[in-house]
Ligand binder design. Structure first.
Ligand code: BGC
Length: 383
């Protein structure tokens, strides 16, 4: 039988209180957690954790790849839809797919030629994206079975996944212990907290790779979504989508999202960077200070009135408009996900930073703790 953990805790707390003479206020539980079996990964059970709040929102996460599998959130009229692309069962996540909802690491995005030098030693990674390394390699964090625990927060229980990546895994140095904690807040925010430590110098860049469609997963393209990105500059790329090293001003380019613009307005512009990306597939250099949680992007879908705000303390944001989706992946409810059916806003360090001394450092040393927070905040607005 599935007993929501928050409910069980509330019942326990109440029965304990009943035995006390002192009158205490009942603490309202605004988030509940339900755990169920999700299937087997190499013979080992994976779990699905569903978090629900009292404000109409529900999310689900699994310890397989620490994926965010479901984000059900109300529209302006209170109708709930799942706004992330993904699959109805574990089999979909085990199959070939472009990181839908995954936790990506050790190094999210690309490292040129799968090589980098750290402390004068060259490290070689698998090249799984043309000549380059992408999203942690052949078997990145997205394909690992993480351990899971429930952790308390002010709003109710949250779920923490932990993975220990052995020294040399996928070519990266150091034993890396990484955790990702998913919390759902009473006010419809999803908070994702990353933490990592290492026993030898290494490089690290972790992100969440959710594809959003605020009209509902599978409800066509995202070209009508209206986007704002808090960035004066972006990192132009070469034909392999590796940054050239330049931090280019967005002024007078299709990359100026400092005021709200529909994704589709300039996505097919006759412009070099748009053509290289096949649309938007670029890292934006976020304004404000790295280390401070700040608004990175805001997206509005007008027919539903749903709004997504993304906050991060990281220096960059990969805006990817699902240009490589081609209908070959069939997701929730049997829907084939076509070109531009979802967009990603991946909070991150800049791609290929291990090879770019001018980019903010991604080196993690023993004794230091990497921490980072991403918030996906859901709101509604009438037209
Ligand atoms: C990259 C895309 C890639 C996608 C799926 C994004 O983070 O920027 O180029 O196709 O992930 O792998």
């Amino acid at each position: 039988m599935k007993i929501p953990v928050g409910f069980a805790v509330a019942v326990l707390a109440l029965s304990m209180l009943a035995g006390c003479a002192a009158k205490k206020e009942e603490v309202p539980v605004s988030v509940t957690l339900e755990k169920s079996e999700f299937g087997l990964v190499d013979g080992k059970p994976a779990q699905l954790y569903v978090l629900r709040n009292t404000n109409g929102m529900e999310i689900a996460v699994t310890n397989y790849g620490a994926h965010l599998t479901r984000v059900k959130t109300p529209d302006a009229k209170g109708n709930v839809a799942d706004v992330v692309l993904g699959f109805d069962s574990l089999e979909g996540y085990l199959g070939k797919h472009p990181y839908m909802g995954a936790t990506v690491g050790r190094y999210a995005n690309r490292i040129a030629k799968g090589r980098f030098t750290l402390n004068e030693k060259e490290y070689r990674l698998a090249t799984n994206n043309g000549p380059n390394a992408l999203h942690g390699g052949l078997e990145g964090f997205d394909k690992k079975l993480w351990s899971a625990e429930e952790v308390p927060t002010n709003d109710g229980p949250a779920v923490r996944f932990t993975y220990v990546s052995p020294d040399g895994e996928e070519g990266y140095p150091g034993t890396l212990t990484v955790s990702v904690t998913y919390s759902l807040k009473a006010d419809n925010q999803i908070q994702i907290d990353y933490r990592a430590t290492t026993d030898a110098d290494t490089v690290l860049n972790v992100t969440n790779h959710s594809y959003f469609n605020l009209a509902g997963a599978g409800k066509g393209s995202i070209l009508d979504h209206v986007v704002t990105i808090n960035a004066d500059r972006f990192t132009p790329v070469d034909s392999g989508l590796i940054p050239t090293g330049e931090l280019r001003q967005v002024d007078a380019t299709p990359f100026d999202f400092r005021s709200p613009v529909a994704i589709g307005a300039r996505i097919d512009a006759n412009e070099e960077q748009i053509k290289l990306g096949g649309g938007y597939d670029h890292n934006f250099v976020l304004n404000g200070d790295t280390g401070n949680l700040r608004l990175a992007a805001r997206v509005k879908e007008n027919t539903s009135g749903r709004v997504l705000e993304v906050l991060t303390d990281q220096p960059g944001l990969q805006f990817y408009t699902g240009n490589f989706l081609d209908g070959s992946v069939t997701g929730k409810g049997g829907t084939a996900y076509g070109k531009r059916f979802g967009f990603c806003l991946e909070t991150q360090h800049f791609p290929d930073s291990p090879n770019r001394a001018v980019f903010p450092s991604v080196v993690l040393k023993p004794g230091d703790t990497f921490t980072s927070t991403t918030v996906y905040r859901f709101l509604t607005e009438s037209r």
